[in-house]
Design a binder for this molecule. Structure first.
Ligand SMILES: Cc1ncc(COP(=O)(O)O)c(C=O)c1O
Length: 437
């Protein structure tokens, strides 16, 4: 077999997978260790045909896959890898650029800066911010907080109790203390309880992980400005919504941030991994990260994006984002984001109209937090039963001490029929439990 024939078979596999993914159990129906027990203990001595890899992908790995590409993946923050992005990943692997410095990858370096400028325009961000790509919001936040520590010497990272765990993890790695601010009654950071003493940075979240709450960024920006504290905005999920002007109410104050993270791999249809980090203070990131050994010194007068984050060797991640932005355009992105929000509205309406169920947090974007009235244990069991059906996959959180179910819409293949089916399964499983009692 040649590269061309194997490649055609791989592409056929990908096309077939995307056609069939809605028919697979969404949550992998395997036990820990099942997959490894089916793999040979030792690697092959002699090379095998690529077709055998595809065969085992079907036979061994697919049954152990939780299908993030399924239209009924509603857990965490649902995501989808769009077809142009999938193809661009193949091309990026083909080029195999390693972006240490500008001359090792001029195209990758410049396309990255350019796509970040494009995305900033699409999201309505201030002109002139410096943007680059990290693998995850976790690493983007590490980079931002390292710059903050460098910039003002503070020892504390302040965030709300609903900030993502990556904030506390980044602070821990950087030897900083985390101070968590209580919430108001809509699960936002309560600005009245803010204490910025000794703070290096305040992390405000636009679209918290539990409920997609939006912290009061304008007030927090005032406080940071007055105290000389770095303001990092974590809009990993909800930032993509700003492609729609009617959702930019949630961007208020973000123009005053020192840094901002938005994950293109969450709700901008770009395959894992692609986390976008912008800053209006690029010199602080450079001062935290730039370290050029002799063997990488050149006379090139061009910036190296490895000066802005922890990794030296960087993948050509912008290619997939560029492909998605070009093939979908502003209109295509807006249509998909609006549809996800419409579907979340449909689901929220179904829950609200049904006696015995409640919506547990204000819904701003495409995430609905809800529960069956009654004890936590019933809701926990309901979640397990629903996910076991394989028909959909949802996740949970805890709000005001109560166990709450979350249904997040973000996959571009999700239709209203998928959302209605999810609701039917929830009601069916909930009713069958009550009849068992
Ligand atoms: C608000 C928020 N910030 C950060 C993260 C971490 O993202 P990543 O997995 O890219 O590190 C998440 C993940 O869901 C998130 O919801």
């Amino acid at each position: 077999m040649t590269f061309r024939e194997d490649g055609a078979a791989a592409l056929e596999w990908a096309a077939r997978y995307l056609e069939q993914v809605g028919g697979f159990p969404v949550l992998a129906q395997v036990e820990p260790g099942d997959i490894r027990s089916r793999l040979p203990a030792a690697p092959p001595e002699r090379g095998e045909p690529f077709a055998d890899v595809l065969h085992d992908l079907d036979e061994i790995l697919l049954p152990g896959t939780t299908h993030w590409q399924s239209p009924r993946f509603f857990a965490y923050f649902a995501a989808s890898a769009a077809e142009p992005g999938i193809l661009a990943e193949l091309l990026a692997a083909t080029l195999n650029s390693v972006g240490f410095i500008w001359r090792t990858s001029p195209a990758s370096t410049e396309l990255e800066a350019h796509t970040l400028d494009w995305t900033a325009q699409l999201l309505g961000l201030p002109a002139g911010w410096h943007g680059h790509i990290e693998d995850s919001a976790s690493v983007s936040t590490i980079a931002a907080l390292a710059a903050a520590r460098e910039a003002n010497g503070g020892r504390v990272v302040v965030c709300s109790k609903e900030a993502h765990s990556s904030v506390e993890r980044a602070a821990r790695l950087l030897g900083l203390e985390t101070r968590k601010v209580p919430l108001d009654d809509e699960f936002r950071l309560d600005a009245g309880a803010l204490d910025l003493t000794d703070a290096a940075a305040l992390v405000a979240t636009v679209g918290t992980t539990s409920t997609a709450a939006v912290d009061p960024v304008p007030v927090l920006a005032d406080a940071c400005e007055a105290a000389g504290v770095w303001l990092h905005v974590d809009a990993a999920y909800a930032g993509s919504a700003w492609v729609c002007p009617e959702l930019r109410w949630s961007q208020a104050g973000v123009e005053r941030a020192d840094s901002l993270v938005v994950n293109a791999h969450k709700w901008l249809f770009t395959p894992m991994d692609c986390s976008l980090l912008w800053t209006r203070r690029p010199e602080a990131l450079r001062s935290a990260f730039s370290l050029v050994p002799e063997y990488l010194r050149t006379s090139d007068e061009a910036e190296s994006l490895s000066d802005y984050g922890p990794a030296l060797g960087r993948r050509f991640r912008s290619l997939k984002l560029w492909a998605v932005l070009r093939c979908y355009g502003r209109e295509g992105l807006q249509a998909r984001i609006r549809e996800a929000i419409r579907l979340a509205e449909v689901f929220e309406g179904l829950v609200r109209c049904e006696p015995g169920w409640e919506v547990c947090a204000p819904r701003h974007f495409s995430l609905v937090c809800f529960r069956r009235e009654g004890p936590d244990a019933d809701n926990e069991e309901l979640l397990a039963r629903v996910n076991e059906t394989g028909e959909l996959f949802i996740s949970h959180t805890r709000l005001d001490g109560r166990y709450v179910l979350r249904l997040a819409i973000g996959n571009e293949r999700t239709t209203e029929a998928d959302v209605r089916r999810a609701w039917d399964v929830l009601r069916r499983e909930s009713a069958s439990r009550i009849s068992v009692i």
